[in-house]
Ligand binder design. Structure first.
Ligand SMILES: [Mg+2]
Length: 404
């Protein structure tokens, strides 16, 4: 928008500057140039000024929902909703379109806030935040494509040349299922054997991580931690069920192995207690769970101030993974990224980056997220029946419900 020099706003500013600077001479030298139409600084119009959101399509496919946001400039963005019932998530994101219709898609933070804060009684929680995450990815995709750069270029540029991922040759994770409240020596030995096997796999210069899945009650976790000291585990992931920071504090006092937390954290507000209490050694939030790239970037900055590296959790297809990869490339403090190529249906996504033999992902080079979606293949995947994911194995021997 260009501000005319005789507009009421310009006149008021001129009078204000004249009074502050001490007279008409100062106004002539300073104000006229400052508000003049030929000052490039007052021209804020660019390619993003007239672009508007025109359409949103949500396609449940397998366990995911793919979001396509279209604009009046023929620039299209894609995002992914993860870990929700796909039919419910698709209905939710369609209902949110009224908040996006006709808006400028490059006002990403503004739109994030608009959606998150408009529905104040259903603010937060997995359904709303996972859904906003998918929208957020699509908006960043549009912004990058509009300006012709990979999204990490809009996030401050790459802080690294490649991104370490696991599982890979020198990095593996061992997981645990539900356990009784206190373990027998044999049960603990089985866990130790799985860690020993992981260590053998990656060798002495590799890393072994352990995912407790919130499924190991505190007494067992203590027994486990004491028994695996020799194997130099990099971290214990989800050491306790989220909700009471005091449980994490109690475990932290008694276990010297670092903790990775945040897989179930949503938005900046959920991670603050972990950081303030000194519980988090690795910030293991998920781009698709915590509100998208915008929130992931903010959380990484909060964690950076506590010297806690970003170590993203990820169980999305290559689309959500690529969104997370852009943030991981840009942040200064980062450790390793989870990645399972087998989650993406074959032929659905051309992601535009590769993982090398040492487990490093190359940086995407195309504009936006850089993923190309085969829409005919998407329609095909969408027609296939959804396999229920709700765990059947989350049971104790007595039939009671376990957390994982
Ligand atoms: Mg986990």
């Amino acid at each position: 928008m260009t501000l005319r020099t005789n507009s009421p706003i310009a006149m008021n500013r001129r009078h204000w500057i004249a009074s502050m600077a001490g007279g008409a001479a100062a106004e002539a030298a300073f104000s006229e140039h400052l508000w003049a139409a030929d000052n490039p600084g007052v021209r804020v119009e660019d390619r993003s000024s007239s672009i508007r959101i025109t359409k949103l399509t949500a396609t449940p496919a397998g366990r995911k929902v793919f979001i396509k946001i279209e604009t009046n400039h023929a620039v299209t963005g894609w995002g992914e909703i993860d870990q929700l019932d796909p039919n419910v998530a698709a209905m939710l994101v369609r209902s949110l379109f009224e908040l996006l219709d006709g808006e400028n898609p490059t006002r990403i933070e503004h739109l994030w806030q608009k959606i998150y804060r408009s529905h104040r009684d259903i603010r937060g929680g997995s359904f709303m935040v996972h859904t906003i995450a998918g929208i957020d990815m699509a908006l960043w995709d549009i912004a990058g494509k509009l300006w012709g750069v990979p999204v990490y270029r809009l996030l401050g540029g790459p802080s690294r040349d490649k991104v370490w991922v696991y599982p890979s040759l020198r990095a593996t994770k061992v997981g645990a299922g539900p356990m009784p409240f206190s373990g027998s020596p044999q049960q603990i030995e089985r866990l130790v054997a799985s860690i020993a096997s992981g260590r053998k796999q990656v060798g002495p210069d590799g890393i072994v991580m352990f995912d407790a899945h919130c499924a190991l009650p505190p007494p067992i976790l203590l027994q486990f931690a004491a028994a695996v000291k020799a194997y130099e585990i990099t971290y214990i992931e989800e050491p306790a069920v989220p909700g009471n920071i005091e449980v994490f504090k109690r475990l932290k006092q008694q276990i010297s192995i670092p903790f990775a937390v945040g897989e179930q954290a949503r938005t900046i507000w959920d991670v603050v207690p972990y950081l303030e209490a000194g519980i988090a050694d690795f910030m293991q939030v998920d781009c698709a769970h915590t509100g998208g790239m915008s929130q992931l970037r903010k959380i990484a900055t909060l964690a950076e101030a506590y010297q806690v590296p970003l170590t993203p959790h990820c169980v999305t297809t290559d689309l959500g993974m690529t969104a997370s990869l852009h943030v991981s490339a840009s942040v200064p403090l980062f450790f390793i990224h989870e990645y399972y190529p087998s989650i993406t249906p074959k032929g659905l996504i051309d992601k535009g980056w590769e993982v090398d033999k040492d487990g490093y992902a190359s940086l995407p080079t195309r504009p936006g997220l850089g993923c190309s979606i085969d829409e005919a293949r998407l329609a095909e995947v969408a027609r296939q029946p959804i396999v229920p994911e709700w765990p059947k194995h989350g049971r104790h021997p007595d039939g009671s419900i376990a957390d994982y």
